[in-house]
Design a protein around this ligand. Structure first.
Ligand SMILES: [Zn+2]
Length: 299
């Protein structure tokens, strides 16, 4: 059995168990420098062209400072003009748990000023590393600030470690030696499907119904190569791609789980709040959890 066939079997069985689901795509960071280095002239259209081909709309959560240089400004403008929503991901990607509320809120407000003029800008905020505050005071202060500025927390439901796989893939590309790129694709698809199935089951348990998902991926070389495969894979598993607006309009996304540290996937956070998952790894996702497996597969 080839890897591709094995994935098909996996997708078929898990898809049948999971049933039809809606999923939307959210892309974080837009740190475009590495993409430019790796792809040359085609870096600006890499992911955008794939979404156009598949006629899918995503939400772009942009680190404000990435939209400041002319290349970055052109890039984010192109995404907005193509109909993808632009959201706030702070100005410098400062993690909240390593900042004071004053530092973090200033970073949020600076990104708001930078990003608000872009087409399709939405008052949607994505916390860096999905860290929403490690004390009740910090968590509630940001919730209050977001509400005061008309923002919503743009929750992720399906978290994963695409950024970690991307780092290893990029390093391999950089060696200049030929290698099997499809092995990375297959591993990535398997990882995403595994995480999607996990968070979907969790969501079903906590909300008592299927909810529309928001998948988190990053603007990186891995997705420049394989975003089309990701879109096709979920579709082949019976899931339907929807506009992120549709997902965020679901009442589940208004949840404000009273957990500490606050954050992580929405399904995970509500499950933790309701005490449905007991002892569980924290953070919920990390490259460390798949390092040994990728080493073993020589990826
Ligand atoms: Zn980020």
């Amino acid at each position: 059995m080839t890897r591709r066939q094995a994935l098909g079997v996996l997708a078929g069985s898990a898809g049948a168990a999971g049933g039809a689901r809606r999923i939307s795509l959210t892309i974080d960071d837009f740190s475009w420098e590495p993409l430019r280095r790796a792809l040359g002239d085609s870096w600006q259209t890499a992911l955008l062209a794939t979404l156009d081909d598949y006629k899918r709309k995503a939400a772009a959560f942009v680190i404000g400072r990435n939209a400041v240089p002319p290349e970055g400004r052109d890039l984010i403008r192109a995404w907005g003009r193509a109909g993808h929503c632009i959201g706030n991901h702070t100005h410098t990607h400062r993690p909240y748990h390593l900042s004071t509320f004053e530092q973090f809120s200033a970073d949020f407000l600076e990104a708001d000023r930078t990003l608000a003029p872009f087409p399709r800008f939405e008052k949607w905020f994505r916390f860096p590393m999905l860290r929403e505050g490690e004390t009740a005071a910090k968590r509630d202060a940001m919730r209050e600030l977001l509400a005061r500025h008309g923002y919503r927390n743009a929750h992720v439901t399906i978290d994963n470690a695409d950024w970690y796989i991307a780092g290893r893939f990029a390093a391999r590309l950089q060696t200049g030696q030929p290698f099997d790129k499809n092995a990375y694709r297959d591993y990535y698809l398997q990882h995403l499907w595994d995480r999607a199935s996990y968070y979907d089951q969790l969501a079903l348990k906590v909300f008592g119904r299927p909810i529309p998902h928001t998948l988190l991926i990053h603007y990186n070389v891995l997705n420049a190569y394989f975003l089309g495969d990701v879109l096709r894979h979920f579709q082949a598993c019976g899931w339907t791609w929807i506009d992120p607006r549709e997902a965020f309009s679901d009442p589940a996304f208004r949840s404000q789980p009273a957990i500490l540290p606050a954050g992580e996937s929405l399904a995970w956070a509500v499950a933790k709040e309701k005490n449905l998952i007991g002892e569980i790894r924290y953070p919920a996702e990390d490259g460390e959890y798949i390092r040994a497996e990728m080493d073993r597969l020589k990826l």
